[in-house]
Each structure stands twice: as structure tokens, then as C-alpha cells.
Design a protein around this ligand. Sequence first.
Ligand code: ADP
Ligand code: MG
Length: 349
Amino acid sequence: MPLVLGIDTSCDDTGVGIVRADVVLANVVDSQTALHAEFGGVVPEQASREHLAVIDATVQTALERAGAELGDLEGVAATHGPGLVGALLVGLSYGKALAWGLGVPFVPVHHLAGHIAAASSEPPFLALIASGGHTALFDVDDGGGISELGRSRDDAAGEAFDKVARLLGLGYPGGAALSKLAEQGDDHGVQLPWPMQGSNGLEFSFSGLKTAVALLLQRQPEVSEADVAATFERIAIGSLVEVTERALRATGRSKLVVAGGVAANRRLREAFAGSDVEVLFPPPALATDNGAMIALAGAQVLAGARQGAKVLAGAQQGSGFKAEARTANTDPSLTVDASPYLPLARPAS
Ligand code: ADP
Ligand code: MG
């Protein structure tokens, strides 16, 4: 069973993980949250520089935790997108150079395919990824092929939580604090608009809701902040759940994987409790950005190539990049497109 190292530097965390097939041996995340907190959001240039400063040490720590040496690695995977281009390039260049130096295959992995792989679940299933950077629904078919069903047309769900938290003076990233404040409020205490009202589609939208909160706070500064938090949370999570349920009905899937930082939300966790749908939340360390999920996706690609099976990590038509495993990384046809945004298969419409 191949030992695979995975790297994620798509945004503000340097993640390095090591797996053997689907077993996580190490998952080290060097978080930059504190670094960016004073700016109220991720500063891309700062993020790239910090990745560069810590990536080598993070790889060393992961090797120690896994009880492995560089020579034990049989594959290296790194996120090639989507993400901040300067940040991505650090992990991607490091990963490619490491693979080249070791003479092992390099697997470029789509960040969201990594989140899906973290669920370690047998396909078919539906995946809802809701983080600070992404909100999207994916269908994973019997063979593990991934296609996007819909995404947010504006803000990501976590981004909306963070922006509303900032309006309420809760700091950054404020999703968890906002959710805590919401526990003390009336979730019908104020009036806010339901996103994408009347839509039957599989898209999300959160910026109108966020703007409505900003306007409300301007017009009625005396309003209960807990009521605003509770009402916002009910609607934001309710809208996530509404679109996801629509996708479950449309696809007939009975299994749902929920990943990304917003998966920690209590309301979201409780939303599917009474339903027939089997809902899987990866453990928190695997649900937010990390390197182990990239290693898991990479290991699936390598195993798939060896077994001739269809594979998970975006190696499908229309994905705009080649993710097939190569037996030797000197293969001239090994191409990695490191452009900042590479979608999986586009929604049908
Ligand atoms: P990214 O790296 O794309 O920002 P992560 O997967 O690291 O995303 O998740 C962070 C996001 O999750 C932040 O936007 C944060 O506010 C949000 N978040 C964390 N906990 C909660 C919660 N309990 N409720 C809602 N959002 C949350
Ligand atoms: Mg993050």
C-alpha cells in the first residue's frame, strides 16, 4: 500500500498529511489565522510568504508524526487549485520538486476533490462543501466521478458568517462566535430576506442576506444583536439545507457528505437528523483545509491508476487538467495547469 504525502496551501493554512491508502498517519496544519486576524481577512501576499517560511518544517513534522522518512514516500500530491495563486504555487512547486527529487509520481489534486476524499466514503453520494472560500454541491457517481451541481453565485456561506460576525463586532473568523451568540437570540427576532426565493435551482446566494444585515444594523442600531445572529443563522443554514435537499431529490442519492468549516455549525448538523438520508461529517481535523485530504485523494488516484479503476481526484473530462497517476514523473506528458481556478465539470445548465 503506497505511502502518499499531500500538501494544501490553497489559502491561509499550510497543511501537510501522510496517508497509507485510506488511513491517515499524520495531519499537520500550520494555521495562519492569527496572522490575518488583524486585517479581518486573508492577505494573499502574507499568506504566500508564510507558506514559504513554514512548509519545509511542516513536512518534517508530518514525517515524524507518521514515523516515516522521505524515502518511504511512493507518491506526492498537492492542491493545484482553486485558491490564491501565490499560495498555491508554494505547495505545488514544493510538491513537484519533492516528487521529482524522490523519483515518485506527482498527483495534482483539485482542492474540492480533496474535501470530498476526506469523507472516505464509498460512492455514490452527494457532497456539500461549505467553507470560508467555497459553497458548492457535488454529485459523486458510482465510479467516483465528480460533477458539480451548483455553487454560490456570490459569497461563500462561511464568508457570509464572517462578514456578518464582523458587522456584529465578533472578530475574524467569526462564524463560530456568531453561532454561539445566536443561541441567546430569537431566530425570528428580526426580518431578513430568504436567499434565491422562488428558485428551483441548485445555486446558493448569501450576499443579499449579508447586505440586508448591514442595512438593518445601520437603520436600527438598537436592535438585539443576538436576534440578528439567530435570524441570520436560521436563514443562512436553512437555505443551505433547502438547496441540498432539492439536490438529494433531484439525484435520488441517499447519502450526503458535508465538509468545510461551516460543517461545524450546530444547526446544520441537526438539520438532517430526522431524515432518511445518511449524513456523514468528516472529523473536524479533516473537514477544514488540511493536507491529509489531498494525500487521500492522491492515494485514490494512484490506486485507481494501478487497478485501472475510475478515480476521484478530478481526473474526468472537462476538468481542465490531467490527474492521472504516472509511473514515472519524468513522463513528458505530465502536465499540471497551475492556473488559480480550475473548475470541476461545470453544472449542466
Ligand atoms: P476556508 O479555509 O475556505 O476559509 P475552512 O474550511 O477553514 O474554510 O472554514 C472556515 C470557515 O468556517 C469560516 O468562514 C468560519 O467562520 C466558518 N465556521 C466555523 N465554525 C462555524 C460555525 N459553527 N458556524 C458557521 N460557520 C462556521
Ligand atoms: Mg481555512
